[in-house]
Design a protein around this ligand. Sequence first.
Ligand code: M6R
Length: 593
Amino acid sequence: MCGIVGCILKTNKAAPVLLDCVQRLEYRGYDSVGIATCSSSGIRIKKDRGKIDEVSQKLQLDELPGEMGIGHVRWATHGLPTQENAHPHTDCEGKIAVVHNGILENYKELKDRLEREGHHFTSQTDTEVIAHLIEKYHKQGLSLEEAMNQTIDKLHGSYAFAVISSDEPNKIMGVRKESPLILGLGDGEYFLASDAPAILQHTRKIIYLADHETFIMDDEGVTVKDRDGKVVDKKIENIKWTPEMAQKGGYDHFMLKEIHEQPKAVKNTLFEVSEIEKIVSKFPEFKRITFVACGTSYHASMVGKYLFEGLLGLPTDVMLASEFEFAADALDPESLVIFISQSGETADTLKALKIANKKAETLAIVNVLGSTATREADHVIFTRAGPEIGVAATKTYISQLTCIYLLVACMGRKKWLLEQLQNIPDCMEEVLSYEDEIRKMADKYKDSNDFFFIGRGFSYPTAMEGALKLKEITYIHGEGYAAGELKHGPLALIDDEVPVVAVVPPGKSHDRTLSNVEEVNARGARVIALGASDDDVLNFEAHDMIKFPPEISELLSPLIYVVPLQLLSYHISVARGIDPDKPKNLAKCVTVE
Ligand code: M6R
């Protein structure tokens, strides 16, 4: 949801560096882009609506003078994606420029007051008030830092912003509150970004800012202060992610690369078992488990319910983070509340985490080191998927699932489960080798307008996740449904125009889902079945079948059966001429409620 970057360099090359940094952050928003640099001739800005490559070609974003500057990629919240609304935004005189990620809830009243005082606004954004407020206080005689602090006192909402001013052309200042912001320390050069992949090629020495911390960077270093203005001695983390991990590595898209990285993501996450054992050893006896998450992470949580109830006999709820506050009153204090989030910055999830922290023990399963969720939860488990750039979650879903299986195995002392998990990476490699077949299938079905995805038990979350992938990157309507529910309404929609993807691994749910396949077949649907290679009856019923090694049990099937569904959506997306890495209206990290 918008990405901000900034740098102070030793050379006059800030603009090309900022352009490179925003390009690496494009997964956070791609409605518009802008860069501002500051030099002896003042602040210069280039910005426009559109994807970064288009805008850069048109405006030559990398051709601005200066050793320092700020940049922004936008996911529009206030105001249409237009040139005027693109960041950076400035004060009346163009002497202060700001980039911002977040939402200012009280911007209207601030803007009205500033306009009455004579300030002239040029955009419909909430962000512009920051530049004008700093201008106002600076003109009253406060230093830029004091003016920024006064401004922060007036803002309600979430924000990470960075400011430059031609009055102090060697400095970048900023703050973080409820929106991610990191600082990077290079060799006499300094960086800031919403997320680490933006600056990995320059430094892996990172400072994670906490809420309400402000920073000032100049060519001598970085100072961080708390909300009372006291200097904070921040820990410098050396992150293990490499620049290569955040590049396409020969694949056409990040999403495809990330799908193929899944066996490795599982392997790396399996190494977390000893950390998980340590965490589990500190647990009291829980009476209930509650999972809270959004989107794909919610689907991983659904698998968690079947595992905790089925293998540990622990009653388990799964809640959408955005709905959590409406039901949290009944939270059992003897519950463990598990938050699943790739980014650790999803606004809905963080809000729910704050509520749960007051009532029960919390555990966050997160991919991004240093993210807010990792600082707020009582316990943290890291998924070891590496950076995920494609907007559609793939390898991080698989790593989340792996963590949940490991957690259940450790809490229930199920050694057999740990052993079975070791086979998953090889099975996954085998399934990935079906890609050509799936590409052909994608060609066959790419023009359909609606899909259904059905499954029962462990296969229900797989169906939901298959449908979500289809919707977000192909723009085709896809519905994930519990197979048994079809006859209670949606069957009315089934005809020969609607492909039905049926997830039917061998196991308890098999025969009943097979009956549902027969029901949709009888209504003329084209069935794409996912099942064991020796399942002849299913093969007979299906128009197309994706065949899996028969030894993959229903219990482990969520880790494997979802992989061809990711590939199917990916290839349909490409066949329809869509960029699967940057689906319209979406952003990787949803930092607004
Ligand atoms: O970072 P999180 O896991 O908290 O994000 C939650 C959802 O926004 C995310 O899973 C979203 O649904 C994905 N783009 C789906 O592919």
